[in-house]
Structures are given as structure tokens and as C-alpha cells.
Design a protein around this ligand. Structure first.
Ligand code: ADP
Ligand code: MG
Length: 348
């Protein structure tokens, strides 16, 4: 079919980039031998860290094959995800790229499984062998891959619901999978069968990773920016963040109700004066983006350190957040408080 021709050009380029080193080819060859895949047709995407190919299994069903690149350089800037990550404490070797890449692929597989287990839309993983991850192909019957959120043509009236659903997904991922995506944006979300599907979760971190809140905040910033550019009335990064970490109930409908409430709150001020709303939100988020968010109980209850942080000019304010909810003690939802500039002198 025509899509194969379409993929072919890119596939040649990929081969030139030498992703398919002999060992990777052997892994694919074995997969074909076992019948997990029957043929690899061509490239859907060439990226910095991985290429994704289209394949068929022995039943003729579409499969996505993600092949992680094995060069050392690429994985250098992944350090910040790995540092502080429990699952990487043992067996992570900076000097053995093949091993490192294998751990990434396995981690993506495990994270996808966690998403699947709570019904978050994502490609179901099939199997992983070293640097090769097989998963369900998201696309049409004819084999066309579904577009990324960035490229998708979405009817305008669907956007607000997609935005809300995405916030619910991030919420669920945080509370039920105990994961923060850490690279969430319109590039790592596919628009498939009128729904948003989460992909590329290899770098996702445990919710208690030391930088989990920073990752979550920038994930939400990307989401907010994308949907407000498309004219959706958005919560703003700070409120979205509060929503995601705040509610500890595992019953999804409570989060949905909470979100509906937040929306009815913003709706009026948004429609009354959209420009003013956007401006105020923009400046509120600017402060929020620069704020220090303590991640653990120790971090919260160390006033000396916090005062030092504020004095040292690390961001303009200090945020205390609901860390209690995260360790599982049900204390209800607490608001994040930004300590205003004036109060700092009193604290000291
Ligand atoms: P990278 O690390 O290169 O960003 P991704 O997992 O984001 O890897 O995949 C790259 C691209 O490949 C995606 O943007 C998407 O277009 C395509 N892709 C990935 N997984 C699938 C899939 N299961 N079905 C269809 N297309 C996919
Ligand atoms: Mg990606």
C-alpha cells in the first residue's frame, strides 16, 4: 500500500543513521522468527533517542516498533531523570550504553503497563527485548499513524473537553500510577479516535522523585500553553498543579467533580474579560514557575533552610504544598500558599 512508500524515504535515512546496528537487527530477526512480528515496513518517526517503525504481526495486525538508539551521547542528558530514581539505583551504568538503553526501553514498557492497568489511553506494550519495544500501533486500519496533538486537526468545540480529559489523565497518572510523565507536551500525545493517547513514557519518574514536582509543573505548563493558544479557557499552571496533586481519592468521579467546579469558577471571569483573565493568569503563573516547591516532609519542616532559600534569591517565593496527601495520609486538600514578599522579614 501507499503508506509504505511514504515511510520508505525516512526509513532509508534511519538506516543511514545506523540505528539498526547488527545486534538490533538480530533482535528483530529473532522476533520475526518467533512470529511476534512478520515484517518491518518503514519508519513512522526518527527522533534523537529512538526511531519508531511500522510492522505487522503474524496475524497481519499493525504494530509499532520503537528502537532506542544505542549511542552514549544521546543518553547523557537523561541523567536528571535517573538521578534520584529508585528503580535505577542498581544496574545503571553510564559506561555501558547498551545496558543503559535496555533499562530505558524496559522502563517505558513498565510505565506503559501501569497506564494500561488504570485505563489511561496509551499504546499497550507487547514486549521488550533489549533496545526494541513493541507496542500497539495507534493509527488507521490502513496503517496510517495517528497524528500528534501538535499536528492534529481537531474541531474547535472538542478542545475544551480534550483539555479537561488530559488534566484528568495527569491526575490519574499521578495518584494511581504514581508517575509524573516528565516530557508531556503536544509532541508526546497522539490524537487517536477522537481521544488523547499518552506516549513516550520512558523518562517518566516516580511521584516521589526529588524533581517530580518540577517535572509536573513543566508538563502542565506545556499543556496550558498549548490549549490556551488554541483558545481554550484554561486553569493556569498553578491551579492545574493544585488540582493534580490535591485530590487523593482514587475514585475518578470525585476528581471530575472537582475539575468541573474549578471550571465553573473560572468561566465567568474568563468570559467577562478574557484579556484581563489571561494577563492575570500569566503573571500568576510566572511567579509559580519560579517558585521553589518542597517535595518532602523534611523539606517543608526545615524553616531555616527555607528562609535561606528565600534570602538567597532562589526564585521570588516559597511554596508549601500538600505533601501530606502524597505520602498517603488523608488530610484532605490543602491549598498551595505563596508566601508574599512582605512576610519574609518577619520569618527571619
Ligand atoms: P521519541 O523518544 O522519539 O520522542 P516517541 O515515543 O515520542 O519517541 O515516538 C516518536 C513518534 O512516533 C511519535 O511522535 C508518534 O508520531 C510515533 N509513535 C510512537 N508510538 C506510536 C504508536 N504506538 N503508534 C503510532 N505512532 C507512534
Ligand atoms: Mg516523543
Amino acid at each position: 500500500p501507499s503508506e509504505r512508500a511514504n515511510y520508505k524515504d525516512k526509513s532509508d535515512r534511519a538506516t543511514n543513521e545506523q540505528v539498526l546496528d547488527p545486534r538490533t537487527r538480530l533482535i528483530l530477526f529473532k522476533m520475526i522468527g518467533r512470529g511476534t512480528i512478520s515484517e518491518v515496513n518503514g519508519c513512522i518517526s526518527t527522533g534523537k533517542e529512538a526511531n519508531v517503525y511500522h510492522a505487522l504481526n503474524s496475524q497481519g495486525e499493525h504494530i509499532a516498533v520503537k528502537i532506542f538508539k544505542t549511542s552514549i551521547l544521546i543518553f547523557k542528558d537523561r541523567d536528571r531523570y535517573v538521578t534520584g530514581e529508585r528503580r535505577f539505583r542498581r544496574g545503571y551504568s553510564k559506561h555501558n550504553p547498551r545496558k543503559m538503553v535496555r533499562l530505558w526501553a524496559e522502563k517505558e514498557m513498565r510505565n506503559l503497563k501501569r497506564l494500561v492497568s488504570v485505563d489511561i489511553p496509551c499504546p499497550e506494550p507487547i514486549e521488550v527485548r533489549e533496545n526494541v519495544l513493541l507496542m500497539r500501533f495507534l493509527g488507521t486500519e490502513a496503517g496510517w499513524a495517528s497524528p500528534r496533538l501538535k499536528d492534529a486537526e481537531i474541531p474547535e468545540d472538542q478542545l475544551p473537553d480534550l483539555y479537561k480529559n488530559l488534566l484528568l489523565i495527569v491526575h490519574k497518572m499521578f495518584h494511581e500510577c504514581k508517575l509524573v510523565h516528565a516530557d508531556l507536551s503536544e509532541y508526546n500525545i497522539l490524537y487517536h479516535q477522537s481521544q488523547l493517547f499518552i506516549i513516550d513514557v520512558g523518562q517518566s519518574v516516580e511521584h516521589d522523585h526529588p524533581s517530580a514536582f518540577d517535572f509536573l509543573r513543566s508538563d502542565l505548563k506545556n499543556v496550558e500553553e498549548f490549549f490556551s493558544r488554541r483558545g481554550v479557557p484554561c486553569l493556569g499552571v498553578r491551579r492545574a498543579f493544585e488540582f493534580v496533586i490535591g485530590e487523593t481519592s482514587t475514585e475518578g468521579f470525585i476528581a471530575t467533580k472537582q475539575l468541573d467546579k474549578l471550571f465553573s469558577e473560572i468561566q465567568k471571569s474568563y468570559t467577562d474579560d478574557t484579556e484581563f483573565y489571561d494577563e492575570r493568569q500569566h503573571s500568576d503563573d510566572k511567579v509559580f514557575m519560579q517558585s521553589y516547591i518542597p517535595r518532602s516532609l523534611d523539606a517543608v519542616y526545615d524553616p531555616e533552610r527555607d528562609v535561606d532559600l528565600v534570602r538567597g534569591g532562589e526564585g521570588s517565593s516559597l511554596i508549601y504544598s500538600d505533601v501530606i496527601g502524597i505520602v498517603g495520609v488523608t488530610e484532605g486538600m490543602k491549598k498551595i500558599e505563596i508566601i508574599p514578599e512582605e512576610d519574609k522579614s518577619e520569618e527571619e
